[in-house]
Design a protein around this ligand. Structure first.
Ligand code: PEP
Ligand code: MG
Length: 321
């Protein structure tokens, strides 16, 4: 089975009716980038910078960040990488950016919110992104965005960073946000009027939709991205984004073949997950037509529970050749 998947690893994932779905890998190191390329990842839909530099006690310099991002881009030549700005807080400490004590850290100073008081670290990172984007296909995205005002604020920080460069912001740099908060899914149009793409963080979107902390051992079965409520927010995002804005998913749901089928049926055209899941996700997409996946997704959003959704997909897939 491994061998069979391996042979077609570098081929794109086309549905049986000819729609191309990009399948990429989530990365947190340079070593992983080389493995992702070998596994057939068509770039990276998520570089977790807070993990990439998570072992530092001091903030990395702009030059350090440029070197790391370039090394990742070079391991995936021409395929494109998506650099997520520092995603701090909740379950993710960053030694060189201490967090305040909060009663509910997941609802507190997380992601983009962590830099409102002092944006220095963020602007330095954006400068590194701009420098790398001169020579490589790069996208940048901001985590935990909730309001239109935050989009404007983040774009202003990107302007600030690009003003440090003689030639300004590279034309080829694409800019997006993560959709991890239900408010962002519901207001996708207003949030994306000046953006190139959004990437749904299904791990956090699931947690916030179902008010069920990710990783909690006590809530098994509640925090499931297959829940019809989560699927409806994915559909809402796909339907609401401004014209020409691409919708990707980079949470774990993208690497689950059953959920990948649903996400594509809902309108997602790019999936990014662990390197190990790339061959199987490409393989399952090649077995179905988009029209059938759209029908399946339509039934899934009307199902009663995550368990029913998973049953539905299992029965659908039982006919796979
Ligand atoms: C997500 O929330 O789905 C996501 C991809 O971001 P992270 O898992 O790093 O929070
Ligand atoms: Mg997240």
């Amino acid at each position: 089975e491994r061998e069979r998947l391996g042979r077609r690893a570098q081929e794109p994932a086309l549905t049986t009716d000819g729609h191309r779905i990009a399948v990429k890998a989530n990365l947190a190191s340079v070593a992983e980038a080389a493995q992702a390329a070998a596994a057939g990842a068509e770039g990276s839909g998520l570089v977790r910078t807070e993990v990439l530099f998570g072992d530092r006690t001091q903030a990395p310099s702009v030059a350090d960040q440029v070197a790391a991002f370039e090394a990742i881009a070079e391991a995936l030549p021409g395929r494109g990488i998506t650099i997520r700005t520092w995603d701090v807080g909740g379950d993710k400490p960053l030694p060189f950016h201490p967090q305040p004590e909060e009663a509910n850290p997941f609802l507190g100073v997380r992601g983009i919110r962590s830099f409102r008081e002092d944006p220095t670290l963020l602007v330095d990172q954006l400068e590194a992104v701009c420098r790398v984007a001169r020579h490589h296909p790069v996208r940048v995205m901001f985590p935990m965005v909730t309001t239109v005002e935050e989009v404007d604020w983040a774009l202003a920080r990107l302007d600030e960073a690009s003003h440090r460069l003689a030639d300004g912001r590279p034309d080829a740099l694409q800019v997006g946000i993560m959709v991890e908060v239900p408010a962002a899914a519901l207001r996708a149009e207003a949030l994306t009027t000046v953006l190139d793409f959004v990437s749904i963080g299904s791990n956090d979107l699931t947690q916030y939709t179902l008010a069920a902390e990710r990783g909690s051992p006590f809530l098994d079965g509640i925090a499931d991205a297959a829940d019809p409520a989560v699927l409806r927010l994915v559909r809402e995002t796909c339907e609401e984004v401004a014209d020409g804005v691409q919708v990707c998913v980079c949470g774990d749901a993208a690497g689950d073949p059953d959920l990948a089928l649903l996400l594509v049926g809902l309108g997602v055209r790019e999936l990014s997950a662990t390197t190990a899941s790339v061959p199987a996700v490409k393989d399952v997409l090649r077995r179905h037509g988009l029209t059938d996946l759209e029908d399946l997704a339509d039934r899934a959003v009307h199902a009663d529970s995550a368990a029913d959704v998973r049953d539905l997909v299992r029965r659908f897939r039982a006919g796979e050749s």
